[in-house]
Structure formats: structure tokens, C-alpha cells
Design a protein around this ligand. Structure first.
Ligand SMILES: O=P(O)(O)OC[C@H]1O[C@H](O[C@H]2O[C@H](CO)[C@@H](O)[C@H](O)[C@H]2O)[C@H](O)[C@@H](O)[C@@H]1O
Ligand SMILES: O=c1ccn([C@@H]2O[C@H](COP(=O)(O)OP(=O)(O)O)[C@@H](O)[C@H]2O)c(=O)[nH]1
Length: 465
């Protein structure tokens, strides 16, 4: 860890993130089964195969992961850090997901308010320890002058810490979330806000998904940290991986799930699809309420449309996420009770982790519903038009990063406006087939303009200068 040449590592390119490319489960017979990590960060970074020669440093997130570390059973090119489980829980559940995520997605609202008490301070110390563990591992693995690409709000202190340990390396930090406006960001205690900004400004380059988030960060630095200093801020709008998605969505397990879904949907009905993590910012409940409004106000759609809503479990250690997931189930059931008939289930909801089934839903989509309150990008909005068999219309929140690139061909909604979203669903469903296919093509072209591999290489080239 000292910056003497004898302690330099071998990796020329390093990526650091909390969630890694795979996660492990312990099977009944004691063997380990690996599973692709969920969410958009992994979708984006998975393009960095072993060919790119990068070392991916990530956290052990589950008992299976910790067991994999103990057995030395990890993947090539991946180093999982086994930070003590309680430190990780404080850093990930406590600080990253209950505070920083809430600030950037502006999710606090009475009675869900931020609490900056002694418990918060204790968790913050864990967040610092978690960041330090990453900085030390990166310092150990990095070759002289290596490029280190740090990811997201879990690791905001790493650039500053690593800079002290290894002044020779080039460091970038990329935010996959929105960035909060100054008025909201400074809800954080002043010393904490300062630590976050200064930690990130330890990097040579900072990346954001849209100009809007980059400008918000710059404004925070100007108001609270005396400006950006030497750090350069860039925008890299991560796109969908068309090659991977087209190939993967044609595999046999996806075909099987399509057949089962068709059965549930019934013949000749339009399909409105949404796929999200069970995540408050995705606004799943208001999406269901908008669909209910559509059926109530426009009875002509009854029996003629099915809403396929897949929510794969996320952050279920947090009570607020568990409650939200329960609320999603309740609202879906109540729509089915209110409008369902013997031969028609208006909402098909699955709360389960099944990537193949999500792709099957993408293929069947006539309309994709993506209505987050705020979202860094939202890759689902970019993936459905690429995969859907007959082309889909997109109902898209203006608060998703994807709006900057897809807004022109989407039915744009204010995510809080339930009746407005219902009306957008009606318009999207009413689009003639030919026009829908044309729009879908344009959406797919915009969505794949910057594929993950290019997105990553652009940042690497910029970092190396
Ligand atoms: O790791 P989790 O806690 O299970 O959460 C999954 C990921 O969620 C967030 O993803 C973001 O990144 C996407 C790709 O850039 C972007 O499209 C999306 O809008 C974001 O929400 C989070 O930022 C990641 O760190 C998580 O791994
Ligand atoms: O069962 C599933 C369904 C989807 N996805 C992927 O999760 C990502 C979600 O990314 P998005 O940017 O939409 O939101 P995030 O979950 O990262 O906030 C997409 O690439 C999806 O293909 C997944 O991992 N498991």
C-alpha cells in the first residue's frame, strides 16, 4: 500500500464497485452456484470481459459470496472484498441506500425524513471503513500509473483515499445515480457533504450519465466545496448492449417463458410491460394506479390489455423496501379484484429474480412503462425497444436520465401525475402498428448509440489522456 515501486501490483486497469458481476448461492449439497448480478451497473460493466484485462474489485454481498472468498472460488479477473458483514451492512444499507440514494433520488417526504443522529454517525464510520478497504485493495493491486475506475455512491471517498495512497495512479469516479440539486444535497450534515464532494474530487475525472446530473454536481461543488479544482467532469450516456440482448433473448429458456406468459395473457391482447427492481424510485405503485385509471376511464381497454409487471427483489434488508414491495402486491391484487373477469387477469405481477422471464416480457411488449420519480439512466427503457418482437411504444418519465436521449420518440410523463400517465398509456396503446414499429426502431437506435464496451473505453481513454 505504500507508494514504493516494490509494493505495486500488476493490474493496469481496475474497476471498483459494490456490486460485482456475479453473486454466489450455497446449494443444499454445499456447492456454490453463481448468478449474474442484477441491476444496471452490472449490465453496463459486464461488457468488460477478461479480454479487456481489467481487474474488477467488488464486495462480498451474501453468505454465498463470503464462502466463495473463503474457498478461493471466484471468477478470473474479479476480486471480492470480504469486508466484515456488519460494516458492509452499515455502509450499504445504512449510508449508501438509506441516505445517499434517498438524497440523490429526492425520496424523503414526511414522515420518511432523514435522521442524522448518533446511529448515523456510527454508520458513517463504517462507510469510511468500507471505502478505506476498497482504497487499500486498489492500491495493492494497481500497477504503476494504472487507471482505476471507481463506481457510484457506495464509494465516494475512495478517490481521495486512493490518491493519498497512490499518487501515481489515474483515478475516475462514475455516478450511476442522478445528482441532487444543491438545496436537497445540503440536507446532509455540512461535514458529511464536504467529505463526499472532496472524496470524489480526489479523482482526475468524474463521469455522469447525463448533462443534468453533471451540472447538479458542479453546482454543489461551487456552492459547498469552492469549485471543481483540477477535476474534469464528463458525460457518458450508457446505452443498451444490443448484441448481448438480441442473442440472449432468443435462447430456449426465454422461449419457454414466452409460451407460459402468452398463456397467462390470452389471445389478441395488448401488453404493457414494466421490469424494475423492487425500488421506491421506480414508482411502481403509481404506475399500477395509472393503469387502474386507464381501465376505469377508458372501459374500451377492459379485456383487451394486460399489464405485465415484473419486480425483482432488491434491498430487502431495509424495511421501507419490504413495505414498498408489499404495497406493490396489494395494489396489483386490488386492480385484479376490481376489474378481473373469468378469462382476463388485468395485471400479471411477478416479484422474483428471473432474467429470462424479463426478456420474455420485453419480447411481448407493445408498450413499455418506465415512470421513475428519478433515475440515473434506466436501462430497461433502452432495452425493451431493442428486444420487443413487434416494436414497442415507450411511456417515459421526464425524470429518468434516458429521457435526454429517448424523449423525442416517447410518450413523456410527469411521474407524479397518475391521470397524465393513464392518458399516455392510452395514447401509446392506440398507436397504429406501423407507426409503433417505426418509433421503436428510432428508440432502439438512440438506445444503442453508446454500447457498454464503448462507454467504458471512452472513459478509459479520457482517463489515460
Ligand atoms: O446493487 P443494488 O443495490 O442491487 O442496485 C442495483 C444498481 O442500482 C443502481 O443502478 C443505476 O445504474 C444504472 C446503470 O448506469 C442506471 O441506468 C440506473 O438508473 C441506476 O439506478 C445503482 O446506481 C447501482 O450501483 C446498483 O448496482
Ligand atoms: O430480472 C432481471 C431483469 C432485468 N435485469 C437488468 O437490470 C438492469 C436494470 O437497470 P436499470 O438501469 O433500468 O435500473 P437499476 O436497477 O440499475 O436502477 C437492466 O439492465 C435489466 O436488463 C436484471 O438484472 N434482472
Amino acid at each position: 500500500m505504500a507508494s514504493t515501486s516494490s509494493s505495486f501490483g500488476a493490474a493496469q486497469v481496475l474497476v471498483a464497485s459494490n456490486r460485482g458481476p456475479v453473486s454466489y448461492e450455497i446449494q443444499e449439497d454445499g456447492s456454490l452456484r453463481s448468478k449474474r448480478g442484477g441491476g444496471g451497473l452490472v449490465s453496463g460493466l459486464s461488457a468488460i470481459g477478461p479480454d479487456a484485462g481489467a481487474l474488477w474489485v467488488c464486495s462480498a454481498l451474501s453468505d454465498g459470496d463470503r464462502e466463495a472468498v473463503r474457498r478461493g472460488a471466484g471468477e478470473d479477473g474479479v476480486r471480492m472484498l470480504d469486508v466484515p458483514a456488519d460494516v458492509h451492512a452499515d455502509a450499504y444499507n445504512g449510508i449508501a441506500n438509506s441516505v445517499l440514494w434517498f438524497v440523490h433520488h429526492m425520496l424523503y417526504q414526511t414522515p420518511l425524513e432523514p435522521v442524522f443522529d448518533a446511529e448515523f454517525r456510527r454508520q458513517w464510520a463504517s462507510y469510511e471503513a468500507f471505502n478505506r478497504a476498497f482504497a487499500e485493495a486498489l492500491a495493492e493491486e494497481a500497477a504503476e500509473g494504472a487507471a482505476v475506475l471507481v463506481q457510484d455512491y457506495h464509494l465516494t471517498l475512495v478517490p481521495g483515499m486512493l490518491r493519498e495512497l497512490r499518487p501515481d495512479v489515474r483515478i475516475s469516479h462514475f455516478s450511476h445515480t442522478p445528482w441532487a440539486p444543491v438545496e436537497y444535497f445540503r440536507m446532509l450534515p455540512d461535514d458529511i457533504a464536504g467529505q463526499v464532494l472532496r472524496g470524489m474530487l480526489g479523482a482526475d475525472r468524474l463521469g455522469f450519465l447525463t448533462r443534468r446530473w453533471a451540472d447538479a454536481f458542479t453546482a454543489c461543488c461551487e456552492a459547498l466545496a469552492g469549485g471543481l479544482g483540477e477535476t474534469v467532469v464528463g458525460v457518458h450516456g450508457l446505452g443498451a448492449d444490443a448484441d448481448f440482448l438480441r442473442k440472449r433473448s432468443r435462447e430456449a429458456d426465454v422461449d419457454e417463458r414466452m409460451a407460459a406468459l402468452r398463456e397467462q395473457i390470452g389471445e389478441g391482447r395488448k401488453v404493457v410491460v414494466r421490469v424494475d427492481r423492487t425500488e421506491l424510485s421506480k414508482n411502481i405503485v403509481r404506475g399500477l394506479l395509472a393503469y387502474r385509471r386507464l381501465l376505469a376511464d377508458r372501459p374500451e381497454w377492459r379485456e383487451r390489455v394486460v399489464h405485465v409487471a415484473f419486480a425483482y427483489p432488491s434491498r430487502q434488508d431495509l424495511e421501507v423496501y419490504r413495505d414498498y414491495t408489499a404495497e406493490v402486491r396489494r395494489v396489483a391484487e386490488s386492480v385484479n379484484e376490481e376489474f378481473g373477469t373469468a378469462g382476463w387477469t388485468p395485471v400479471v405481477l411477478h416479484v422474483q429474480d428471473d432474467f429470462a422471464r424479463s426478456l420474455a416480457a420485453y419480447r411481448l411488449a407493445d408498450v413499455a412503462l418506465v415512470n421513475p420519480i428519478r433515475d440515473g439512466m434506466n436501462l430497461v427503457a433502452k432495452e425493451v425497444p431493442v428486444v420487443s418482437d413487434a416494436g414497442c411504444a415507450l411511456v417515459l418519465s421526464r425524470e429518468a436520465g434516458a429521457y435526454e436521449e429517448l424523449g423525442e420518440d416517447a410518450f413523456v410523463v410527469n411521474p407524479y401525475d397518475v391521470t397524465g400517465t393513464a392518458e399516455a398509456l392510452h395514447e401509446a396503446l392506440s398507436l397504429p402498428d406501423g407507426e409503433r414499429a417505426e418509433r421503436s426502431k428510432r428508440l432502439a437506435a438512440a438506445a444503442t448509440a453508446l454500447p457498454p464496451a464503448r462507454w467504458f473505453l471512452d472513459q478509459l481513454e479520457a482517463l489515460r489522456g
